[in-house]
Design a protein around this ligand. Sequence first.
Ligand SMILES: [Zn+2]
Length: 364
Amino acid sequence: MPRRIIDHRERDLTARFDHLQDEITRFSDLSVSDSFDSRFTKIDEIFDDIDRRRSDVEANPDVDPLYQRYLSKVLSAEANIAELELVLTHLELYSNHRDHSRDRICHVRNICDELTDSFGLTATCLPVIRENYSLLPLLDNEYYVIYIPRGQDIIPTTPILAHEVAHAILDQRSARSDQQSARSDDFTERFGELRRQMSTARAERDFYENWDYWYDELFCDVAGFFAFGPSYVCAQLHHLLTRRPYNIIRNVRVEDEYLHPPEALRAEVVTTLADEYLPDELLESLEHVRDEYTEHLERTINSKPSFYDQWVDDQLVDAVVSDAESVNDDLDNLCQHLLNGTDYDEAPDFEYRLKANQYWLDEY
Ligand SMILES: [Zn+2]
């Protein structure tokens, strides 16, 4: 057995585990730290297994499968410790940012609370300031780190938070392993039909890989629209500005993690929802921003691949929309508040959504 190398790794892991257990006590004010206890118990058990398997190897030093079993336990301890170390890093960032940018962090926590209530979701979001919006599940599918951008006024982009929080809906469904039930039969059947129509195996795989991500992204856009109404359309159309709005990634590789839908498609989905669900008076206030976005799309139309219309299939898009539109039924009330000019303190459940809408409706 390569004893010195493995002894070194075991000592290293023990030290990392001790450090982790010390460090987490600094966050005992956060309820997420409770979730560490069961993880620590599990790692303790893995260390016991390591000891047992090590004795087996020492008793039979020439039996390779015993050595491999022992090694796999050591690496399993390492993976479990590394996962908790990553969580610890995020708790440190959260705590640091909470101390230094208290207003920004509090504001985002409050919006996330308003949104999780509105989605009927049990989830705690811990904001961390980064370069853009994103959601990262922490432990036990109940705690999430939510990345938020630096610097600028947070109110105009807050509708994007609804998209991120909606990712937690899908994450919790997949943790309960009913992901398939989130994707309706309408979607699955049409998806299969279109896959079979692809001209090559490569195209079929690319179509599959892209739509696997697109489904979630479009689902979250739809949920965001129903939570934030007109301000979601405004925030989204300002957010989706790239040189190639029709671009679709081909020759997908394993490392291509985020296959976002083409921006032109995302814009089409939210503006179509606006046409269908917003009262005329609110719809009119979106005209200007929509005209500008249409011009942006016209001027970048050369990014449209020949297969775009085949892949961006109406029936498939409609299926995602109908899967997602029921996650939130606040839209009518929100629109009513906007039309009535309701003040925030008269509608505390809508406070942050009213603020974001007020910003955008004043802007246009
Ligand atoms: Zn997303």
